[in-house]
Design a protein around this ligand. Structure first.
Ligand SMILES: *Cc1c(COP(=O)(O)O)cnc(C)c1O
Length: 208
């Protein structure tokens, strides 16, 4: 996987070191994860707070753990305490609670704002048309440091235009980091400027 990412970066005229693999370990048995750890992978993604803590608590030393799934405000306290990166910031109530918890715990996970580029009703993320205002509110009213943007394109559409849109929103808001691309489309995402790709099944095999 690391080699495929490097090849895709080179093909796009980019430095392979500028693309981070977030290995998505959700729903994977430990037997699938251990060899990936042994091979040197240190950045992992999880989509549920409780499941992630059960899997990684006591084993997280030296790792960077990303929350990539939707976050309920009643789990924000645990998420701030546990994750290094939260990629799914998508509404003001959550931004407010994250700001409070960051203050209270004196611990500040890096934050990405999730954009619902396909405006799918069932999907988390701020609508593209509301993204600029929301980013400004996160930085202003809530005093949060925003690192980048994340998106999950609609499953039934070519992802390229969604990646391009995410990049455009990032550029006009002065954000350098783009979390985009999964097992089926990470090479396309790298071509469109992804700085991290979230790859699960192509790393670990099919989920249980
Ligand atoms: C599960 C998941 C992934 C990984 O999906 P694969 O198709 O297995 O690579 C990436 N991003 C998010 C947000 C996910 O929930």
């Amino acid at each position: 996987m690391v080699a495929r990412i490097a090849r895709a970066a080179q093909a796009a005229g980019r430095d392979p070191g500028d693309v981070t693999l977030v290995a998505v370990s959700k729903q994977q048995p430990w037997e699938a994860i251990q060899p990936v750890l042994d091979a040197g992978q240190r950045v992992f993604g999880e989509n549920r707070v409780q499941e992630a803590m059960a899997r990684w608590e006591g084993r997280a030393d030296g790792l960077t753990l990303h929350l990539i799934g939707p976050l309920q405000t009643n789990k924000a306290k645990e998420a701030v305490g546990f994750f290094d990166v939260i990629e799914s910031v998508d509404r003001e109530k959550l931004a407010r609670v994250l700001a409070e918890e960051t203050q209270r715990q004196g611990r500040a996970p890096r934050l990405y704002i999730q954009v619902n580029t396909g405006e799918e009703p069932q999907k988390a993320g701020i609508a593209p048309g509301e993204a600029d205002g929301f980013i400004a509110a996160c930085r202003g009213a809530y005093g949060l440091k925003v690192e980048g943007l994340m998106c999950i394109p609609p499953a039934d559409e070519p992802p390229g235009p969604h990646f391009a849109l995410l990049r455009k929103v990032a550029e006009r808001n002065g954000l350098a980091k783009l979390s985009m691309g999964m097992s089926g489309d990470f090479e396309t995402a790298i071509r469109f400027g992804a700085t991290s790709v979230r790859v699960g099944s192509a790393v670990f095999g099919a989920r249980g």
